[in-house]
Write a protein that binds this ligand. Sequence first.
Ligand code: AMP
Ligand code: MG
Length: 344
Amino acid sequence: MLRYFVAQTAPTTDKMPAETGTDIERAALLLKAGKLVAIPTETVYGLAADGLNEQAVLSIFKAKNRPDFDPLILHVSGREAAFSLAEYVPVKARLLADAFWPGPLTLVLPKKAHVPFVVTSGLDTVGLRVPNHPLTLSLLKQLDFPLAAPSANPFGYVSPTTAQHVLDNLGDKTDYILDGGPCTLGIESTIIGFENDEPVLLRKGSLKKSDIEKITGPLKEKINVSGNPKAPGQLAAHYSPKRKIVIAEPENIGLLQTLPRPVTLLTFGNLFQAWENRVDRVLNLSPEGNLAEAARTFYGLLREADQGPESLIVTGYLPAGEMAEVINDRLQRAAFPFKNTSHE
Ligand code: AMP
Ligand code: MG
């Protein structure tokens, strides 16, 4: 598994860095020609290609250094387009689509034969989503094919929430970056699969489980922690910066003396207030202690913590709240295998 856990930040080709802009026509032309375009969504930026063109889809895996067992999500402009890619649509999938599309919900449904297996990593099911971003929705409306798009980062590294993040990591591997501003939600979509027509939570994400349950009733969870193709976003190590992350308890301030300097503190509200003037740099996910803001700033601040003078990142689990659980899940994977309070 660790074989793939290599964050590629240095350019490895001679290709010129991609241009960034808001030219939808240009993005559409490139995508029709089988090229790669980074697209904004409300969750994170995606690295998109024609989802029915096998070669184009393969080039996404290559650009990201993504293992072939990790399936992609197909993005479309509306529910008819989405369901035309599914062999069968359970009643509760329709209800969820009506309630939450466009939005941060991915539905995993049995795929139609024309959806290439390269998109689904050989699975008979396909992940489908209607993203809620005006630029990307108008781009999708100009295309007569779905866009396969995983997050636009090297596999295993921190997800991108601005066009600049994409440029920093994949600028030389993508043909154009559609700049839709910073992502408004900042954490990936929630993924729902189906078993005997009943919804199952495969990955926690921006859409709250409690909101889904208002439509479906109690949700079964099948979240994998071991790197299973059913939900590879759940790999033990994922979303990781290059620097070591220590997850600390705010009470355990004595830990600071044992850590190598400099130390960057990634905090939330006043969680680590007593630590703030004893570390070298403080980054706050939300000074007001707002979880939606923390979701929005999370990946960007992890990237910031990963830059500047070589530093150890100290952070802690966010306190109670549904989004806290979702962010803590990412935090734990970002810290792997350094989640023990010892930096070794
Ligand atoms: P990313 O957009 O980088 O978060 O990656 C897409 C994620 O969607 C994958 O890592 C899987 O967790 C999930 N996914 C996509 N297609 C399927 C599928 N057919 N079955 C289960 N999970 C899927
Ligand atoms: Mg990803």
